[in-house]
Design a protein around this ligand. Structure first.
Ligand code: TYD
Ligand code: MG
Length: 460
């Protein structure tokens, strides 16, 4: 046998459940997935160990004696993004920007690169998916100033890392983590092991050279697993860009943030010239509302800590089907079914032979139970063919007994409703003490869904 460095053995890692086997098998012994084992170099022992800083072993420190140093943040000049980041990108941190393909991640990253006010330092935009020409075309389209941006089309991290060390960019953007690879691993780019090892390598680089890094990751469709989820525990901040394919609104949501809260969302609109910040989402979501139309109500939802008013539309029509349709867009189907069942049983609406369609206008997805009441009012309004007042908002969760239940952030919701010119609000009894409600909003507290409907019909 040859002497010297021991050869690194290969192991086979399931791309679904990450089980390891010493040899290749057609089917994973753990999760039963077929053809999911990929050859991977066995990790070097030293990479698996705990983090050791500068050779000195960390010692325990009394929490009370630690002097907090504020880590400098770089404001991105995109307020909606800074809000989600908690005030800007922390130096040396790694931010993962995930989302469906085509949702606008590259666009946002490029806009960040163009807007970032860094002096004397360049921003390195590495794309493994597009040529430098394509990056320039996108920059032109979004009218971004490309002066500070260095573009690089590269997929090999082994070639990239030394370049980054040399350039010392003020921000490194890697688009996307699924497109880059390390030569030491034999599995293909985009596999779980590549994605994870590449992210680790970028993380080490970020911490070592204090380069803030933005990694883009595609959320892969079911079945392929090497998506951003596999990286959430490695990186410092995880943001997801969400939205409906055929709508122009995008929500930027913080899922994890080691340097701030995850309760914030940013709202953008995808236009012909890039993503535009939406400062007042409620205005936008209600812009086309036919106030006082049959089957249309307004719900107040809270995304993170941010209240937003959205229009709920419902249509109930006679169904020739044995099992009538329940078609829901932008809300949770199960909640709509629950609301329908309560309307049938507790209010006595004969919905059993009705097709019911519910739509949240604008492409927002509202899962919150707080929207139950607005959904119920919209369905009842369509079924009875009777409009609900245009200046009314409805807030409340509906219980199976037909009772209205309280929801969180009530004062914030009411303030937003009043700010947007609504003058009445149906809400659960006892949800708020009279003093903290906005003065120009008439509160109509109701204990049950039946009462709420009566209150809504009473308004002329
Ligand atoms: P992109 O940023 O490439 O998405 P991702 O990186 O998440 O895959 O953007 C994809 C879509 O956005 C594409 O279908 C075109 C559209 N788009 C606009 O509508 N306006 C623009 O200014 C740009 C750059 C893209
Ligand atoms: Mg892209």
């Amino acid at each position: 046998m040859a002497s010297g460095q021991p050869r690194r053995r290969s192991i086979y890692v399931c791309q679904r459940c990450e089980a390891q086997t010493p040899r290749w098998l057609g089917r994973c012994p753990e999760c039963g997935e077929w053809n999911s084992l990929l050859e991977t170099a066995e990790p070097r022992p030293e990479t698996a160990g705990p983090v050791v800083t500068n050779g000195a072993n960390p010692i325990p420190v009394a929490l009370g004696e630690i002097v907090l140093q504020d880590r400098p943040r770089i404001k991105t000049s995109i307020d909606e993004l800074d809000r989600v980041l908690g005030g800007g990108i922390v130096n040396g941190s790694v931010v993962l920007l995930g989302g469906d393909p085509g949702i606008g991640k590259s666009t946002l990253a490029l806009q960040v690169a163009a807007a970032l006010p860094i002096q004397n330092q360049q921003i390195l935009y590495v794309s493994g998916e597009e040529s430098t020409g394509q990056i320039l075309m996108r920059a032109r389209r979004t009218a971004s100033s490309a002066a500070n941006i260095l573009a690089l089309s590269e997929t090999s991290l082994d070639r990239l890392l030394p370049q980054v060390k040399q350039i010392q960019p003020g921000l490194l953007i890697v688009d996307s983590i699924q497109a880059v690879y390390l030569e030491s691993l034999s599995s293909a780019a985009g596999s779980t092991s590549q994605v994870r090892e590449c992210a680790m390598a970028l993380l080490r680089l970020a911490k070592e050279c204090l380069i803030p890094t933005l990694i883009i990751g595609h959320v892969t469709k079911e079945g392929a697993i090497a998506g951003p989820r596999a990286l959430e525990h490695i990186v410092d901040v995880v943001l997801y860009l969400e939205g409906e394919r055929f709508h122009s609104y995008r929500l930027l949501r913080g899922v994890k943030n080691r340097f701030g809260s995850t309760n914030e969302v940013g709202v953008f609109e995808m236009l012909g010239d890039g993503l535009k910040e939406v400062e007042n989402p409620s205005h936008v979501f209600l812009a086309e509302r036919p106030a006082g139309a049959v089957g249309s109500t307004v719900a107040v939802t809270v995304e993170g800590t941010r209240p937003m008013l959205v229009e709920v539309q419902a249509l109930a029509t006679y169904s020739p089907l044995a099992i009538p349709r329940r078609t829901v867009n932008g809300a949770d189907v199960n909640r709509v079914q629950l609301v329908t069942a309560v309307l049938t049983k507790r209010v006595g609406l004969a919905l059993a032979n009705q097709d019911i369609y519910v739509n949240i206008v604008g492409g927002l997805h509202v899962d919150e139970p707080a929207a139950d009441l607005a959904v119920a009012l919209a369905i009842a309004s369509s079924f009875r063919d009777r409009p609900v007042a245009g200046d009314l908002v409805a807030i409340g969760e509906i219980g199976l007994a037909g009772e209205l239940r309280r929801v969180s952030h009530m004062d914030r919701r009411l303030t937003e409703a009043s700010k947007l010119g609504f003058s009445r609000c149906i809400l659960p009894k006892g949800a708020i003490s009279g003093s903290s409600a906005p003065a120009n909003l008439e509160l109509l507290p109701c204990g049950t869904l039946v009462e709420a409907l009566e209150a809504a019909w009473r308004i002329p």
